[in-house]
Design a protein around this ligand. Structure first.
Ligand SMILES: *Cc1c(COP(=O)(O)O)cnc(C)c1O
Length: 410
């Protein structure tokens, strides 16, 4: 890697070390930035100039933390999974984001962004959604704050995800079908961007993962970093030390992973493990193993690794898990992959489904299929008996029950 793209910081001994946090220009190494149409510049620039200032305000922090506690139900438990640990002969802890209000980690980010929007004087929210999980998390915080909410969703996804569409409507959101292209997530994203260009003054766009133009990946990561902040003190209570040997998370766009890694990134003693969706097999043509298969390109306003054809057209991803069915990864993760700081694995549909069933029967916890991919790490890596391995259980499996039923013929 050429020297000039490194993010360089100094540690206590004034030695130069690599930083995995974002630099002033909005890059993680060579990835990130803001590649946006000129028409979108004022919106993104307004956010960029204000987000750090707003997040540092005591009143912002207070309101954010209060809602995380009383509304989301944080801190989420760090649970020692005894039987799973015995089975794999290592010490496994699960970070229980599945116990959050609305059933996953996504609410941490939407709470943060709705408070940000209020302070920027916005009274209208737009969002894109694929499977509907981010749409529901966004509609939820709009109901909570009484702010107008418009969610763009591909026409095909609307048909596939009826319960989440009903939830969003019940929460008062307007769900607008994206009718162009493949009528899925990327088309919904295009519609949301078009809306934002047309409504630059009163509207905030809540992006649902650690993706998009700078400052989104950093802002989303910071809102989600409550996950690793809690892991540190919870592990101190349970193991007498703040740092695990490994943190493990599944990666769609990469927000639960970014939050799980954040406070450990610059501590090289903590191994960073990412699990992507291999679908029907990495080289089957039906996969979402973005880091392995991806090449550098621009998606949703940032430079990152994405799955594309030789002439740069984005390839349709595939995974049994809707939340991992995304053709790119956030720029932080491209950087972790490229520098070797992160170990990247990918789990097939079959491995994930079986790992989900295994957790259910060993621990009495039905995980989201996304999270089941992280649990499939045990099919790819053997840990030492004394290793402390913290796995992000990003969401609960209620939404996936029909998938589990069909797969296991229950
Ligand atoms: C959306 C979702 C994911 C994937 O999104 P990231 O931004 O990669 O975290 C993972 N798990 C669950 C439960 C989700 O709902």
């Amino acid at each position: 890697m050429p020297h000039h793209v490194k993010n360089v910081i100094r540690n206590d001994d004034n030695k130069t070390i690599m930083s995995y946090k974002i630099n002033e220009k909005g890059y993680y190494g060579e990835f990130g930035g803001a590649y946006i149409p000129e028409m979108l510049y004022p919106n993104v620039e307004e956010l960029r100039q204000n987000y750090l200032k707003i997040m540092a305000e005591p009143s912002f922090k207070e309101e954010f933390n209060q809602l995380l506690k009383d509304y989301v139900g944080r801190p989420s438990p760090l649970y020692f999974a005894k039987r799973l640990s015995e089975k794999y002969n290592t010490k496994v802890y699960l970070k229980r984001e599945d116990l959050n209000h609305t059933g996953a980690h996504k609410i941490n980010n939407t709470i943060g962004q709705i408070l940000m929007a209020k302070r920027l004087g916005k009274n209208r929210i737009i969002a894109e959604t694929g499977a509907g999980q981010h749409g529901v998390a966004t509609a939820t915080v709009c109901a909570l704050t009484g702010i107008e909410c418009v969610v763009y969703m591909g026409e095909i996804d609307i048909a596939r995800q009826a319960p989440n569409v009903a939830r969003m409507k019940m929460l008062g959101a307007k769900v607008v079908p994206a009718l162009s292209g493949s009528r899925t997530l990327k088309d919904a994203t295009n519609e949301a961007i078009r809306d934002w260009i047309n409504n630059p003054i009163d509207t905030h766009y809540i992006i649902g993962s650690a993706i998009g133009p700078h400052p989104y990946p950093d802002m989303v990561t910071q809102f989600q970093s409550i996950i690793s902040e809690e892991i540190k003190w919870q592990l101190k209570e349970k193991e007498g030390k703040e740092n695990p040997d490994y943190v493990v998370a599944c990666i769609g766009g990469g927000s639960n992973a970014a939050g799980t890694y954040h406070h450990f990134l610059d501590n090289e003693d903590v191994g960073i493990i990412a699990v992507e969706a291999a679908g029907k097999g990495i080289h089957s043509g039906e996969s979402a193993a973005t880091s392995v298969l991806g090449k550098e390109g621009i998606i949703h306003g940032c430079k990152t690794l994405l799955m594309q054809t030789n002439d740069g057209q984005i390839t349709e991803p595939y995974s049994i898990s809707a939340g991992l069915d995304y053709p790119g990864v956030g720029p932080l993760h491209s950087h972790l992959y490229k520098t070797g700081r992160g170990e990247f694995y990918s789990a097939t549909d079959d491995e994930a489904m079986n790992s989900g069933l295994e957790l259910t029967q060993l621990e009495g916890i039905i995980p989201a299929i996304e999270s089941s991919h992280a649990l499939a790490i045990f099919k790819h890596k053997t840990f030492k008996p004394n290793d402390v391995v913290v796995i992000s259980l990003s969401g609960r499996g209620d939404k996936d029950l029909q998938n589990y039923i069909d797969y296991f013929k229950l």
